[in-house]
Design a protein around this ligand. Structure first.
Ligand code: FAD
Length: 327
């Protein structure tokens, strides 16, 4: 049996974008394994309507547990639901988003089903009938290909790597009951970052700033650039500026921050230390602005601009604004 379970995430009653990525990856894998895709959603009453849309990405059965208690992430109930579904269906693979929820949930399930877990996965294949996961390691300097000694193969997927792709057909929503007690952990609330600002881990465009900006007030330059680029642009930061208290930790990109894979990443006044590169080197296009031509960031940049950011960024913003207005 080559069935795959996609664990999905709900926030404020809506299905998060990372869930579409997980269902898409599950579909690609199930096609190679000759199985089908199930999706699991735990959410507040009414979320089944939103969950039904997962069928458009290839989920054939969409298991939905609705309860007031599931309005915020409920680790114990989620583990119970996945373990029960696995006992019924004997999945070949169980996939999770590499979000904060997925990072918490996946290892809990791995222990319960006694299976191996690959994290931060950027590719999934089938070789000789076995699932093989690809993941970068050593700050992206090496790519590991991991096999699984037993089933289910479990993986959490790096956000923004598996592009959501619509599939033909619609899924069946199946209501399931999941007990909310007993519980050993309770999520008391979720604090979101700046209002209306997209999380760096989910954005397809990131404008990130480093110590080269010299003071927190300079972030208005990055805000202007982000606004010129359009909607859905996140602001990122190096650890140096987070440690200085200029920006919140939620924006930090890197080894001890978030790992991101946007389509476009601007590194402004960021040197490109190995720990920063660990978080962003898989971005599809990297644009670096730095006054030091020897800055390591230029080693990974697709476009490098050597010069003073205080001159370059406003000009870049103007040009982008002009091009977008003309278009
Ligand atoms: P700097 O290294 O000070 O670089 C500033 C850059 O701005 C320089 O390249 C300079 O040439 C340029 N600049 C200055 N003025 C201008 C100007 N006017 N115009 C254009 N360019 C200018 N770092 C992270 O980012 N993320 C992490 O998750 C992380 N985790 C870490 C974990 C560990 C265990 C350790 C030891 C370190 C970690 N670091 C991390 C820190 C990392 O090593 C660097 O210290 C940090 O990334 C440097 O930040 P920065 O590039 O903003 O600052």
């Amino acid at each position: 049996m080559g069935n795959v379970l996609a664990t999905c995430e709900v926030r404020d009653g809506t299905i998060r974008g990372v869930s579409h990525e997980v269902v898409t990856a599950a579909r690609m894998l199930a096609q190679q394994l000759g199985g089908s895709v199930d999706a699991l959603v735990l959410g507040p009453p009414g979320c089944a309507t939103a969950a039904a849309a997962l069928g458009e990405f290839g989920a054939e059965r969409i298991f939905v547990a609705e309860a007031e208690d599931f309005a915020v992430y409920h680790p114990d109930a989620a583990v119970r639901a996945i373990v029960a579904l696995h006992q019924e269906t004997d999945y070949a693979a169980i996939l999770f988003p590499g979000s904060a929820m997925g990072k918490d949930l996946a290892p809990r399930v791995a222990v319960r089903v006694d299976a191996g877990l690959a994290t931060e996965v950027t590719g999934l294949d089938v070789e000789d009938g076995q699932v093989v996961a690809t993941r970068p390691q050593y700050a992206g300097k090496a790519i590991a290909r991991l096999g699984f000694a037993r089933t289910p193969a479990m993986a959490s997927l790096r956000p923004n790597v598996f592009t959501p792709q619509p599939a033909a057909g619609a899924g069946d929503v199946v209501a399931i009951e999941v007990a909310s007690e007993p519980r050993r952990a309770r999520v008391r609330g979720i604090e979101s970052g700046e209002r209306g600002r997209l999380d760096v881990a989910e954005a397809s465009v990131i404008v990130a700033g480093g110590r080269g900006l010299q003071e927190p007030e300079s972030w208005s330059l990055l805000e202007d650039l982000a606004a010129a680029l359009g909607d859905g642009v996140a602001i990122g930061a190096s650890r140096a500026v987070v440690d200085n208290g200029w920006r919140p930790h939620s924006e930090q990109v890197g080894q001890t921050g978030k790992v991101v894979s946007p389509n476009l990443y601007f590194a402004i006044g960021i040197s490109g230390a190995i720990q920063h590169l660990a978080g962003m080197r898989t971005a599809k296009v990297i644009v670096a602005v730095n006054k030091d031509p020897e800055a390591p960031i230029f080693g990974v940049a697709d476009y490098g601009i050597v010069g003073d950011l205080f001159e370059i960024v406003p000009r870049l913003t103007e040009e982008i604004r002009a091009v977008r207005t003309a278009g």
